[in-house]
Design a protein around this ligand. Sequence first.
Ligand code: ATP
Ligand code: MG
Length: 266
Amino acid sequence: MIFSFCERFVIFLFYDMEEQKKKRGIIVMENIIVKTKALTKHYETGTHTVTALNGVDFEVKEREFVCIIGKSGCGKSTLLHMLGGLDTPTQGTVIVDGMNLSNMNREQLALFRRRKAGFIFQQYNLIPDLTVYDNITFPLELDGARIDREFIRELLQTLHIADKTEMFPSMLSGGEQQRVAIARALAAKPAIILADEPTGNLDTASAHAVIGLLKIVAKKYRQTLIVITHDPDIAQMSDRIVRLQDGKLVKGSDSDVSNESSCGHK
Ligand SMILES: Nc1ncnc2c1ncn2[C@@H]1O[C@H](COP(=O)(O)OP(=O)(O)OP(=O)(O)O)[C@@H](O)[C@H]1O
Ligand SMILES: [Mg+2]
């Protein structure tokens, strides 16, 4: 036999860990943190049905930085909402970090969102009466989670807002406010960060600086980053670009990220 006793023992332990995960309902997907299969979302408007997503098969590797691009109305936000458990599919499956979100009830989805996903939106959604520091920590307090002060201090330094902790949001520039929103999204150390046009309110220079910092923090804390953008330069900062068109992923997505107008929807 080519394996020593120790090697066989290690192989057995690894095999047993994988079996235990399977028994606990955790789906083992090596290096794949996000996987959708035939993901479909219909919205009923009263008069007609809108197909926002139409059979999307999508995978993201752990620690990958993926940009989603596509014309207005083609399903980008809908896809991001499904990945973050903010909305549920009409058909198909969404698996994130080994958990099948399509099988979860509202409480389980809420727990998933608080523990696993960090959201960043175009609107910073900071609470005006709270200081920068309190804005960052209050979701953790709501969740009864331990606040890792050392981690937050490091996060603030990396995002270049360590000198703003006692200020209120109205005292900050747009770029600074978005960096606070990023710190808030990362404070719970989520496995994935989902950002929907995070720089839509910023000038070009601030937008690129914010995405540059977001990329640095995601790499530093080994997080997976999925960003929706209309900005070709920001898309080029990612590891991979995927394009949505009429609710479907289009092959050869990384060419021509410019020239996006509205899409005539179904
Ligand atoms: N709650 C809803 N009810 C009905 N239709 C909806 C709802 N949410 C989204 N839609 C429709 O689904 C389609 C996809 O919307 P979505 O917001 O995902 O587009 P998007 O690609 O993010 O667009 P944009 O770039 O403008 O943000 C659109 O036609 C939109 O009108
Ligand atoms: Mg959108």
